[in-house]
Design a protein around this ligand. Structure first.
Ligand SMILES: [Zn+2]
Length: 233
C-alpha cells in the first residue's frame, strides 16, 4: 500500500480566511479554485473532489470577486472579522463529525496556532486526516503540526497555467452564507441585500458570534466522549 493511497479517495475540504490571505489587487477571482486544484493535482490528488469555503467580512468584498468565486464553485461565508477564525474552526469540527477519516483538510490562514494547532496535532496523532496549509505570513506557533505540503498563498495563485477556466461539471453556483444569521442563498443580489438589511444588523448586534476556540473544543470533546460511551453500551 503506497503512502499516497488516501490521496486517491479522500475528499479535500478547504477553509479560507480571506482577510489573512486576500485575493491580490487586480487578480481575477475565478482562478482561485483551479490554482488550488492544480497544486493538489501535482501531489497526486487528481480525482479528489475539492470543496472550498471563503470566510470573511463580505461587506468588504467587491461584487465581481463574490460572483467570480461563486461561479467557480467556491462557497462564500460572511463572518465578522474578529470571529472568522472561530467560525472556521467551528465548521471544521462539524465537517470532521460528518466526514470520518481518511480525509484531507486545507487551511488558508496565517493563524494556525494556539488551541487550534493543539487540536489539529492531537487529531493527527489519532486519525488519518492529512493537513495542508497556505499562508501569507508563515505561522510561527504551529510547530507541532505535520503538513503534507504548505504554500505561500500568492505563490499558489501564481502557479503556472492558473488561467481563468471553465469549470467542468459545475451545474450551479456555490452558496452564500451569513454565519451571523444562519442565512443562506444562491443569489448574490439576495446575499448583498441580506447583509445590508435591518434584520442582519440587529442579529449581528444581538448575537455576536465570537466564540473562543477552547469553547468549541470543549463542546467537541463532550460530543466525542458521549459518542464513545454510547458505542460501549
Ligand atoms: Zn446575516
Amino acid at each position: 500500500m503506497s503512502g499516497n493511497d488516501d490521496a486517491e479517495t479522500a475528499k479535500i475540504e478547504v477553509w479560507w480566511d480571506m482577510k489573512d490571505c486576500p485575493i491580490p489587487e487586480g487578480y481575477d477571482a475565478r482562478p482561485v479554485r483551479p490554482s488550488i486544484e492544480r497544486a493538489f493535482n501535482k501531489l497526486g490528488y487528481s480525482t479528489c473532489p475539492v470543496s472550498i469555503t471563503a470566510y470573511g467580512d463580505q461587506n468588504q468584498t467587491p461584487c465581481h470577486v463574490l460572483r467570480g468565486l461563486s461561479s467557480t464553485g467556491v462557497a462564500v461565508a460572511h463572518t465578522k472579522s474578529e470571529s472568522t477564525r472561530s467560525v472556521m474552526y467551528r465548521d471544521m469540527v462539524e465537517w470532521r463529525g460528518q466526514n470520518p477519516p481518511p480525509g484531507t483538510m486545507m487551511i488558508i490562514s496565517d493563524q494556525v496556532g494556539g488551541d487550534l494547532s493543539w487540536d489539529l496535532a492531537r487529531l493527527q496523532q489519532r486519525t488519518r486526516y492529512q493537513l495542508f496549509l497556505a499562508y501569507s505570513i508563515k505561522p510561527c506557533n504551529d510547530l507541532f503540526l505535520l503538513y503534507r505540503a504548505n504554500w505561500r498563498w500568492e505563490q499558489l495563485l501564481e502557479e503556472e497555467g492558473a488561467a481563468p477556466l471553465v469549470v467542468g461539471g459545475l451545474s450551479s453556483a456555490a452558496m452564500f452564507y451569513c454565519k451571523s444569521c444562519n442565512f443562506d442563498c444562491q443569489s448574490l443580489e439576495k446575499f448583498r441585500k441580506h447583509l445590508s438589511s435591518y434584520k442582519h444588523g440587529m442579529e449581528v448586534s444581538k448575537h455576536p458570534i465570537y466564540i473562543y476556540i477552547s469553547q468549541i473544543l470543549l463542546f467537541h470533546n463532550l460530543i466525542i466522549n458521549s459518542f464513545v460511551k454510547l458505542r460501549r453500551l
